[in-house]
Design a protein around this ligand. Structure first.
Ligand code: ZN
Length: 453
């Protein structure tokens, strides 16, 4: 038996291509909107997401206290430009919303180029790209442009205008709960505050919206709570309103940058050994050499808030290329040509596989534990004709029977055997149907197997 192959090719679902196209299309609808941590752009984005799922909308007033923070003023931007002495727009917000320093205070002045340069951000190492810059918590104004364009600007006096407003208003976020039968929850969160950047994070918003939509109508153990909130301050707003709810969340993923061809990358929760950390490590181990697992660090996206010591939630970060590791990151090159349907579909499958594990894990007990049960007599060895898939299925049965002492879950068995969870789960289901296994006390078989129980 030791020579049996343990290869595990998991075929993608037949609709994998279609879902990638759908996510890409939705990301493309979100991409043009000028978002910030507050303002109309966030509301317009929530409106689009609400066409996929019945989103619950929440808002928090400017000035409201959120732990050590308070909700900032609402930002409105109507137009922004730099005009040369002949009145031509040399930098134009209408061409790209990255051109304005996000959250800029208003300005309308004439000034010489030398003075204007103090307010211009470029990327000297990537001279043709426009950087994405913000100034959320310091009142400043500024423009972002390509270094190559700046170098071509002649000396002279320029008219600068940022037609923006910062006033008391509100912070908005959206939430959707797919209810489960146990009352326990899985949190999936994506930041909604970046303007026209496709991978970071139109990709994550669109991916989660499609997962939420496709879970509808499915009976699940866990409730799936989807959160679309501005980075940092939005997560703090949700946490401050849901402190009592936090203990119900057993698993969580923050999702960003899931449309590029890199990774996948998983950053562990602060706990480091949470169930979700094991699930993601298992899936990435079967993904191939490109997969990267990182330990927790207190820098990144909203896992910083969810994993702050006062909450210490079991929430990791899932990405393809890790933030700040790809040259397109936070530049105008992170556009819709940078993300692709097949990579979005790959991210969709990874998260759906994680959901399949939390939905499908259980702890079996071998009902004939003295010696091996005779599988041939039950027709369970029929597939063992030397083909790899059959051998792998037989190995999965032997592992499950051996480890089914009531102290090992299917995920434990998948980790120890090196087989994919799907193979272990299929073997356990088959053995249970042949009355060789039953759930150990305190464990339940998955909901989608209960009809055949
Ligand atoms: Zn970012």
């Amino acid at each position: 038996m030791s020579a049996l192959a343990t290869g595990n090719v998991i075929a993608p679902p037949p609709d994998a291509g279609a879902v990638g196209e759908e996510i890409h299309c939705l990301a493309g609808m979100l991409y043009p909107i000028c978002r910030s941590i507050t303002g109309q752009g966030v509301r317009d984005t929530l409106d689009i997401l609400a066409t996929c799922i019945p989103l619950e909308r929440h808002s928090v007033a400017t000035g409201e206290r959120l732990f050590d923070w308070s909700v900032p003023k609402e930002w409105t931007i109507r137009d922004a430009f730099i005009k040369d002495c002949e009145g031509r727009r040399v930098v134009d917000f209408a061409a790209s919303n990255l051109h304005v320093l996000n959250y800029s205070i208003p300005v309308h002045r004439r000034m010489p180029l030398a003075e204007l340069k103090a307010h211009i951000f470029t990327l000297p190492d990537q001279p043709d790209l426009v950087p994405y810059r913000t100034s959320y918590y310091a009142e400043r104004w500024g423009f972002c442009m390509a270094e190559s364009r700046l170098r071509r600007l002649p000396e002279g006096v320029y008219e600068v205008c940022i037609d923006a407003e910062l006033k008391d208003g509100r912070l908005d976020y959206g939430e959707y709960l797919h209810p489960g039968v146990t009352g326990r929850e899985f949190l999936l969160s994506a930041h909604i505050c970046h303007p026209s950047l496709a991978n970071d994070n139109c990709s994550g918003l669109a991916l989660l919206a499609m997962i939420a939509r496709n879970l509808r109508g499915r009976r699940t153990r866990y409730g799936y709570r989807f959160l679309f909130a501005p980075g940092t301050i939005g997560a703090l707003a949700w946490l401050s309103r849901n402190e009592n709810h936090v203990p119900q969340i057993d698993h969580g993923l923050v999702v960003s940058c899931v449309g590029d061809g890199g990774g996948p990358t998983y950053k562990r929760s602060r706990r480091g050994n949470a169930y979700i950390d094991r699930v993601m490590a298992h899936l990435l181990a079967h993904h191939g050499a490109q997969a990267i697992i990182k330990d927790f660090s207190p820098y990144g996206y909203d896992e910083r808030q969810f994993c702050s010591p006062g909450f210490d939630m079991p929430v990791g970060l899932f990405q393809h290329s890790a933030f700040a590791t790809f040259p397109e990151y936070h530049t105008s090159a992170d556009d819709m040509t940078f993300i692709h349907p097949q990579h979005l579909a790959r991210a969709y499958r990874t998260i759906m596989d994680a959901i399949e594990i939390v939905e499908g894990d259980w702890t079996p007990l071998n009902l004939l534990p003295r010696g091996e049960p005779q599988l041939g007599r039950r027709g369970l060895y029929a597939a063992l004709g030397g083909d790899t898939a059959g051998s792998s299925a037989a190995m999965a049965m032997l592992w499950v029977l051996n480890l089914a002492d009531g102290g090992h879950s299917l995920l434990d068995m998948a980790e120890r055997s090196g087989l994919h969870f799907k193979e272990i789960s299929a073997a356990a289901d088959l053995l249970r149907k042949h009355d060789l296994l039953a759930p150990a006390s305190g464990s339940d078989i998955p909901l989608d197997q209960t009809s055949s129980a």
